[in-house]
Design a protein around this ligand. Sequence first.
Ligand SMILES: Cc1cc2nc3c(=O)[nH]c(=O)nc-3n(C[C@H](O)[C@H](O)[C@H](O)COP(=O)(O)OP(=O)(O)OC[C@H]3O[C@@H](n4cnc5c(N)ncnc54)[C@H](O)[C@@H]3O)c2cc1C
Length: 281
Amino acid sequence: MAVQNYFLPQSVDEAVELLAAHGDSLLVMAGGTLTMPLINDGISAPEKVMGLRQAGLNYTGMANGSVILGATATLSQVIEHGHIPMLRQAASSAASWTIRNMGTVGGNLFAPPPAGDLAVALLALDAELNLHSARGSRSVPLADFYKGFMSTVMAKDELLLEIEVPAPLGRTAYVKYGRKHSHTPSVVTVAAHLVLDDGLVTKARIALGAVGPHPLRAQAAESYLQGKTLSESHIASAASIASEECEPFTDAIASEWYRRRMVKVYVARMLQQIAAEEASS
Ligand SMILES: Cc1cc2nc3c(=O)[nH]c(=O)nc-3n(C[C@H](O)[C@H](O)[C@H](O)COP(=O)(O)OP(=O)(O)OC[C@H]3O[C@@H](n4cnc5c(N)ncnc54)[C@H](O)[C@@H]3O)c2cc1C
């Protein structure tokens, strides 16, 4: 089966009308870095494809103290105009320049693990998603977006329009640990965002990538840190808790066992980095 229809809507309204009219049979494509290889290899054979490149969603900006990322802003645009250092770092760590010039912020949220490096940073930053359909718009925290592997709360007639990222109040730390320094899939990705008051943690976000069916928050570790100092023993305990609560898998990159071990190592390192910055400020 070859693609029979290719739609290139010129606005969001046109795009959601097409989705409402064609429903399930319409494949949404943004940068195409994930979808096109599947079509080329015959793994996916959609009858109808809708490209989002001219729908007016490739912008980045600021509004009310938050960073606004249009769903089809590319990873390269985030590196250039990302405003938040952790977002720039995360986008820089994903794939190669060629993929980053095509791949979009929105598409990254749908990338199966071990991909989704930007999504991990967005989770730690409490990003909110604007989902839109012909029925209207709704806002969903990224933390509530994923239901399972390649499964989200998005309805079939909805499009991801925009991502709103509140400017982080405290300190952030991000690492993508892979087998190579660049152009490499993740063994584990860790994004931490902590707010401290008088040495005590008042807000903790620890997001993990490549160790679950989708990017996830280490919520038990976050709760453990609440109200505590960033002492070596608290950091070690939080890292252990995170490594126990994640759900790693084995693939060609790393085993489940190794990924779990690396969660412990890299969560501890991110927390130590934040503790050191806090101590020297
Ligand atoms: C060689 C290679 C290396 C890679 N390395 C990395 C890496 O190191 N780190 C990493 O994180 N990722 C990596 N990726 C994965 C991927 O390319 C990127 O994550 C990219 O951001 C995906 O965006 P896209 O616009 O190309 O997605 P597309 O292929 O266009 O779409 C992907 C999925 O998202 C859905 N979708 C996209 N936008 C929307 C929207 N606005 N509304 C609703 N649904 C939407 C599509 O329907 C599709 O199911 C790599 C990919 C390749 C090919």
